[in-house]
Design a protein around this ligand. Structure first.
Ligand SMILES: Cc1ncc(COP(=O)(O)O)c(C=O)c1O
Length: 472
């Protein structure tokens, strides 16, 4: 196989090192302003892995519960029922499907089957890098072709990078992290002009989220006899990232090569049950996509209101230009509970996953705070602590807040040591902008001492704070 295990380890280390670009809870998180007094605690938005905020489908949950009772029994060693079900889904023969523990395992199997030292693999940059790691780990040379000025993979440039050593072309459609597609028109031209003997791998992890009429899955090329391998995952629209299932669709010949280095029984009993059930639950995929569309709209409106440029997205994540150091903005977002990704040689861009609608509102507010802007003032009513006037004050101040929906609102004053001084609001309010007066007294009616106080506004999963100074 020509596999270089040391290289693989080094590359895995490199990919783990890449996690330093991602802000994870507890990893370098500074528990400080503005959430030091927020009761709702840690993470509000895990917006760094492009997961499905709805979770697994109802049918998959039920199937997994039932499979638990059979947890002591080995699974179907070859995932035969699952592969047959996937084959039906794509209208191909079961010998054209190889199921594995996530697309991640399939990517390794594909590299093991087709890439040897001296081979070249052509891919785009930036893109999802797992295939490049696996190719390099197998001793192949990876040729990175930059995306075009619209952040789209340029198939004519990919073709121009082909040499006599090119064995495999790796494409991600829609691409990650850019969320753009290459068009079916360009792909047809590309496929019809491809020199013989080159395999084209297309990772379609985000297939379900695409709405563009210019997109199509590349499964059609496989049934048309072209040397194409499509990789799919259950981690995204099916909401099974933690269960680890992915698969390839390829010709029977390619599929047996892909499966040849796979250990038997890799896909767990729970995983097989969940994936089979998920394929029966197209409603869940539809709900996932419509939630994604809605959340993405909130995100786009927010970014627009903040005058931030974004790359139009065909996926469940989006790249936007912060106009400043993305690492700095990302770490401040992490302090506010929002985990995002930066990197890919794009120092001002952040990749944010579309979570729930509430997460998107919270994210935009956190971003607004960080950017120190007030450009959402004229937009739709949103959650926030708008201003305190006068500040500093002696007798009384007015705190302007914006509230959202039906959830209880709490507006609390703390002293610098974190002790509660006064509770100004604790109940349901009509959504909108409210002026709340604080007369500078504590809960017992005594004038508070001179000093800095924290004003903390909470509603549901949202929380924000500001400071006010009392001068006696
Ligand atoms: C393009 C792409 N392919 C594959 C994967 C990994 O999929 P899996 O969870 O099935 O290993 C991801 C994960 O984010 C991805 O973005």
């Amino acid at each position: 196989m020509g596999k270089n295990h040391m290289s693989r380890r080094e590359f895995l280390q490199a990919s783990v090192a890449g996690l330093s670009f991602m802000y994870l809870p507890g990893v370098g998180r500074i528990k400080a302003y503005p959430f030091e007094f927020a009761e709702s605690g840690d993470t509000f938005g895990r917006l760094c892995f492009n997961e499905n905020p709805l979770g697994p489908s109802h049918l998959a949950r039920e199937a997994m519960k039932q499979a638990v009772d059979e947890g002591h029994r080995y699974p179907d060693w070859f995932s035969s029922t699952l592969e047959t079900k996937i084959a039906e889904h794509h209208n191909v023969s079961p010998n054209m499907i190889c199921a594995g523990t996530g697309a991640t395992e399939i990517i390794r199997l594909v590299a093991d089957a087709f890439l040897y030292p001296g081979d070249e693999m052509v891919t785009a940059t930036p893109t999802y890098s797992q295939m490049a790691y696996e190719a390099a780990a197998n001793g192949a040379t990876v040729v990175h072709v930059p995306v075009d000025e619209r952040y789209m993979i340029d198939l004519s440039l990919i073709k121009a990078a082909i040499t006599e050593n090119t064995k495999l072309i790796s494409l991600v459609n829609p691409n990650n992290p850019l969320a753009t597609i290459f068009t079916k028109h360009d792909m047809r031209i590309f496929m019809n002009s491809l020199p013989p003997g080159i395999i084209v791998v297309v990772d379609e992890a985000y297939h379900h989220y695409v709405h563009s009429p210019y997109y199509e899955s590349c499964v059609r090329y496989i049934t048309g006899g072209f040397p194409v391998i499509v990789i799919r995952t259950f981690s995204k629209a099916y909401g099974l990232a933690g269960v680890r299932i992915g698969y390839s669709v390829a010709s029977g010949g390619h599929t047996s090569m892909i499966g040849s280095s796979q250990n038997i029984g890799m896909v767990s009993r729970l995983g097989q049950a969940a994936a089979i059930a998920s394929l029966n639950d197209s409603d869940h995929v539809d709900n996932t996509v419509s939630l994604n569309d809605h959340a993405k709209e909130v995100l786009m409106n927010g970014l627009h209101a903040l005058n931030l440029e974004y790359i139009p997205s065909e996926t469940n994540f989006m790249m936007f230009d912060t106009g400043m150091s993305a690492t700095s903005v990302a770490s401040q977002l992490a302090n506010r509970g929002y985990q995002v990704r930066v990197g890919w040689g794009m120092p001002r861009h952040i990749r944010v996953s579309t979570g729930t609608v509430d997460e998107m509102y919270g994210f935009i507010y956190a971003l607004q705070e960080i950017l120190g802007q007030n450009s959402l003032k004229d937009g739709p009513p949103m959650f926030g602590l708008d201003r305190v006037r006068p500040n500093p004050f002696t007798r009384e101040c007015t705190i302007q807040i914006s509230t959202l929906g039906a959830e209880r609102v709490r507006l609390v004053i703390y002293d610098a040591a974190g002790r509660m001084v006064q509770s100004l609001v604790n109940g349901v309010m009509t959504p909108g902008v409210h002026d709340i007066v604080w007369n500078g007294r504590d809960v017992r009616g005594r004038n508070v001492a001179s000093g800095v106080y924290v004003v903390n506004l909470m509603q549901g999963e949202f929380a924000t704070s500001t400071r006010v100074t009392v001068i006696r």
